[in-house]
Design a protein around this ligand. Structure first.
Ligand code: SF4
Ligand code: MG
Length: 332
C-alpha cells in the first residue's frame, strides 16, 4: 500500500460548555497516495477545514488516527514534529489575513526557513526567496514590497511561495481560490498543478463547491455535517454521482459554455444545514434529502464500496435496508 497519508476514523469534537458537543469531524476515513491530489468538498460548516487542521496537527484529534509517511501525527515527539512541520504545509483561503502586513515579502517567505534553521547564510536565503518568487510567477523585484501592494491572486502566490520555502512533500490547500476573482482562480489552480509536477507534491485540496476542484483533483470526497458521504475519482463523481447530496451540489454548477443549453434540473435542497451540535439521527443528510425514507431516520447508512473505488453512504444503495418493511423498522 503506497498511501502517503492515512486518515482512519478521524473525529474532532469541540466541547462547547453546558454539556454541548460540536461534532465537527465525526468519523472520516480516506487515504492519499504520493503525488495525488485529493479534493474534499462540502458547504461551510461541514468540517472540511477542521479536518485539514486536525490532519496537520494544528488541532489534537478526539478519536481515530492520522498516519503520515508511517508516523502517527498526534503521537510524534518534539523532534519528529519539527521534521513533520517541514514535510506538510498549509495554504489558507484568505492570503491577506495570513500575511503579516508589516513584513516585506522577503521577510514573509524567509520566516519559516529561519524557524527551521534552513539556509542560515543570509545571501543564500535571499537567493532562495528569489527562486521561490520565480517558481510562483513573481520576481525578485517583489521581494522588498509589502502585502498591501499586491492583488489577491499575487498575495496567494506569496502564500504559496512561503509554503514551499521548506520544500514540503504535502500541501493542504484550504479553499485557496475561494476568495479570488473567477478569472484568477484558474491561474492559481494551474500554478498549483505545475508546481505539483515540478516538485512532486501531494495535495489535499479543500473546496466549498465542485466547480474548480475537478480540474485539480484525482479523487474527491464529499463531506456533509462531519461525515464523508461519497468518495471516488473526479471523473466518476461528475459522470455518475450516487449520493443525493453530491447530485445536488453538481446540479448547482453552471455549465461553462454559454452556447450549450442547460437541460439539467437544478436540485434545490430544502432547509438549512442542521447544527453539528444536534445532528439528525440515522442519516445526517435526511432532513434535506429528496429521497429520504423511514429507514433514514433510524439507521445510519454504512460506508460501502458500490463499484471499484466508488464509496457511498446512502441507503438507496443498500438492498437490505430498502427491502425492509417500515413496520419491521418500527418494531426494531
Ligand atoms: Fe437520503 Fe436516506 Fe440516502 Fe440519507 S440514506 S442520503 S436520507 S436516501
Ligand atoms: Mg473553511
Amino acid at each position: 500500500n503506497d498511501a502517503l497519508l492515512k486518515v482512519n476514523h478521524l473525529k474532532k469534537h469541540f466541547h462547547m460548555g453546558k454539556g454541548q458537543t460540536l461534532k465537527a469531524v465525526d468519523g472520516v476515513s480516506f487515504e492519499i497516495k504520493k503525488g495525488e491530489t485529493f479534493g474534499i468538498v462540502g458547504e461551510s460548516g461541514c468540517g472540511k477545514s477542521t479536518a485539514g487542521r486536525t490532519i496537520i496537527g494544528l488541532y489534537d484529534k478526539t478519536d481515530g488516527e492520522v498516519i503520515y509517511d508511517g508516523k502517527n501525527v498526534h503521537k510524534m515527539n518534539e523532534k519528529e514534529r519539527f521534521v513533520f512541520h517541514r514535510k506538510m504545509q498549509m495554504i489558507f483561503q484568505d492570503p491577506y489575513a495570513s500575511l503579516n502586513p508589516r513584513s516585506t515579502v522577503q521577510e514573509i517567505i524567509s520566516e519559516p526557513m529561519e524557524v527551521q534553521g534552513l539556509y542560515p547564510n543570509k545571501k543564500e536565503r535571499r537567493e532562495r526567496v528569489y527562486q521561490l518568487l520565480e517558481d510562483v510567477g513573481l520576481n525578485r523585484d517583489h521581494a522588498n514590497r509589502y502585502p498591501h501592494e499586491f492583488s489577491g491572486g499575487q498575495r496567494q502566490r506569496i502564500g504559496i511561495a512561503r509554503a514551499l520555502s521548506l520544500d514540503p512533500d504535502f500541501i493542504i490547500a484550504d479553499e485557496p481560490i475561494s476568495a479570488l476573482d473567477v478569472s484568477v482562480q484558474a491561474q492559481v489552480v494551474n500554478l498549483l498543478k505545475g508546481l505539483q509536477k515540478k516538485k512532486g507534491l501531494t495535495y489535499l485540496f479543500i473546496a466549498h463547491d465542485l466547480s474548480m476542484v475537478k480540474h485539480i483533483s484525482d479523487r474527491i470526497g464529499v463531506m456533509y455535517l462531519g461525515h464523508l458521504v461519497e468518495l471516488t475519482t473526479s471523473d466518476d463523481l461528475y459522470s455518475k454521482p450516487l449520493h443525493p447530496y453530491t447530485q445536488a451540489l453538481l446540479s448547482a454548477i453552471p455549465i461553462p459554455d454559454p452556447d450549450v443549453e442547460d437541460m439539467r434540473e437544478r436540485i434545490i435542497l430544502k432547509g438549512e444545514l442542521p447544527s453539528p451540535m444536534n445532528p439528525p439521527s440515522g442519516c445526517v443528510f435526511r432532513t434535506r434529502c429528496p429521497h429520504a425514507m423511514d429507514a433514514c431516520a433510524t439507521i445510519k447508512p454504512e460506508w460501502q464500496e458500490i463499484e471499484k473505488n466508488h464509496f457511498v453512504a446512502c441507503h438507496l444503495y443498500n438492498q437490505e435496508v430498502i427491502g425492509r418493511k417500515d413496520d419491521k423498522l418500527a418494531a426494531a
